[in-house]
Design a protein around this ligand. Structure first.
Ligand code: TEU
Ligand code: CA
Length: 538
């Protein structure tokens, strides 16, 4: 295997630290808790952990608002704990990827506290300011979490720019001193032994607010290349750029094989196909399944040989996939495995979000239970607009980011074994049936299906370099494809829905045993949510 491509065989597991494992009874997950669960992750077979932010933060957006990039938030532990985590993970051949939030900092970061002291403060230009009068924002741009992108600071007679909450002022990447501070900080973490970085909303750093440009600004790739040259290229890292706004052409730049930007792109085109186009994510629509297949096919074909994608269903911003596009009632296990098999046979780097490997489901919250800033702001905005609570709750149940953020289910004991104290957010009551202990005791569990898929990816090159052909593109239920290289053919057949359907005739798999499947025996139909993967040598 080509050494520069070793990470193409890797599988990454995302941990949302505050909800993974509490070690000291304060109800919040922490680094020591993660260390205590590394054996579990080793057993699953992962290569790297993407840790959602653990740096010092007022937690306005659960750590995506950093006030010190070089320290750990006391809620999660200390720098020593971080070093121990890196070392303990390394013993198990697992690397730690940090989540770098470089589009904005916290308004409590020292830079911002200085910046707002005066217009001639050396840090003023680390942020984006426009002169103005109260009540007359420079333009109409609306922040991701609601309200204007501009916040007035009366002492300065200026507005600062923030794409997310008012407590997340945008950094000014046009300032070379700021960029150098960022590179120094990244290098400091590389020297501490981290194995890579996930770059938060990195497609938003090159904004041009006067031209209403927030994503994909003109200098975007110039900044990426400068950053990569000054930091990542010193070490053998996995780097992934989060990009809601990347199409396949741009994605090829992100993941250029010469390593000039990042290892791979993390884009979302497949994941937003269940909302009314052009409206908010809360405006629900039925999944457009044919569009889903077309999107996957396009990315598989266009990046083959010239780029590298991430593969995911879940993360800390998305609802749980088994509740979203599977069936979390009658066919929870079957559909969780089907979704895993469909995704893990594709080209790209798979990401597993904590609990996905157990078939964890969406939260069944009441309106008062929601904690996420995006949900909380939406509730008040939509109430003001006259939506009734039943409508609001319907959208939250489907799409709130809190669906993914309920505590990890370890056991059937109190609080799912997550904490001895009071959890910071409600535990999903179905932990008594769905938890890691139960999964590990059942050879037929969702966990072992993921474990199998991870092992197959390590063993067969066809997962990395096989060409892709979609089968039955127009079929309203079938998700099937073939991957092929000079040595092997891989076939994935899946019924995406709950009705039994015909099984397409594919000659190479006749008389073959599946290497991974969610029904024990072969049949001449595809049963509800049935999925089968075959790998055949030539
Ligand atoms: O998310 C990027 C982002 O644009 C999201 O806010 C997205 O619009 C939203 O989740 C859809 O529901 C990243 C992080 O993953 C997210 O957790 C942060 O809140 C955000 O950046 C700001 O740092
Ligand atoms: Ca804790």
């Amino acid at each position: 295997m080509n050494r520069t491509n070793w990470w193409k065989h890797a599988v990454i597991y995302q941990i949302y630290p505050r909800s993974f494992q509490d070690s000291n009874g304060d109800g919040i997950g922490d680094l020591k808790g993660i260390i205590s669960r590394l054996d579990y992750l080793e057993k699953l077979g992962i290569d790297a952990i993407w840790l959602s932010p653990v740096c010092k933060s007022p937690q306005d957006d659960n750590g995506y608002d950093i006030s010190d990039y070089r320290d750990i938030d006391p809620m999660f532990g200390s720098l020593d704990d971080m070093e121990e985590l890196i070392a303990e993970a390394k013993k198990r051949n697992i690397r730690i990827l940090l989540d770098l939030v470089l589009n904005h900092s916290s308004d409590e970061h020292r830079w911002f506290l200085e910046a707002k002291k005066s217009k001639d403060n050396p840090y003023h230009d680390y942020y984006i300011w426009r002169d103005g009068e109260p009540g007359k924002a420079p333009n109409e741009l609306k922040a991701v979490f609601g309200g204007s992108m501009w916040e007035y600071v009366p002492e300065l007679g200026q507005y600062y720019f923030h794409q997310f909450s008012v407590k997340q002022p945008d950094l000014n990447w046009e300032n070379p001193r700021l960029r150098q501070e960022i590179y120094d900080m990244i290098n400091w973490w590389i020297d501490k032994g981290v194995g890579g970085f996930r770059m938060d909303v990195i497609d938003q750093i090159a904004k041009e607010p006067d031209q209403m440009i927030t994503i994909n600004g003109p200098r975007l790739h110039e900044y990426f290349r400068e950053m990569s040259k000054n930091t990542f290229q010193r070490a053998d890292l996995i780097t992934v750029g989060e990009a809601w706004g990347a199409d396949t052409e741009r994605a090829k730049l992100y993941s250029a094989p010469d390593g000039s930007e990042f290892s791979m792109v993390f884009q979302f085109e497949h994941i937003n196909l269940d909302q009314i186009p052009g409206q908010e994510k809360w405006d629900l629509a039925k999944l457009d399944f044919i569009a889903l297949k077309n999107v996957f096919e396009k990315w598989q074909k266009e990046l083959n040989g010239c780029g590298w994608n991430s593969l995911f269903w879940d993360n800390h911003d998305c609802p749980r996939i088994v509740s979203r596009w599977g069936n979390d009632r009658e066919y929870r296990k079957e559909s969780a495995k089907m979704l895993a098999i469909v995704l893990h046979g594709l080209q790209g780097t798979p990401y597993i979000f904590q609990g996905e490997e157990l078939g964890m489901t969406n939260a069944d919250f009441a309106i008062e239970d929601y904690k996420d800033i995006e949900s909380v702001n939406m509730i008040s905005e939509r109430r003001q607009k006259g939506y009734d609570d039943a409508d609001i709750l319907h959208s939250l149940h489907a799409k709130s980011r809190d669906n993914a953020r309920t505590p990890m289910h370890w056991t059937a004991e109190k609080n799912a074994g997550f904490t001895d104290g009071t959890p910071w957010i409600r535990v999903n009551p179905n932990y008594t049936q769905i938890n890691a202990q139960e999964n590990l005791e059942d050879p037929d569990s969702v966990f072992y299906c993921y474990q199998k898929l991870l092992a197959l990816r390590k063993a067969h090159e066809v997962f990395v370099d096989g060409d892709f052909t979609m089968i039955g593109k127009e079929d309203p239920n079938l998700f099937a494809y073939i991957r092929e290289n000079a040595e092997e053919t891989m076939v994935v057949l899946a019924n995406f829905y709950g009705d039994t359907i015909a099984r397409p005739a594919i000659e190479v798999i006749n008389g073959r045993q599946a290497v991974c499947a969610n029904y024990a025996d072969e049949a001449d139909v595809l049963r509800p949510y049935e999925a089968r993967m075959y790998v055949i040598g030539k």
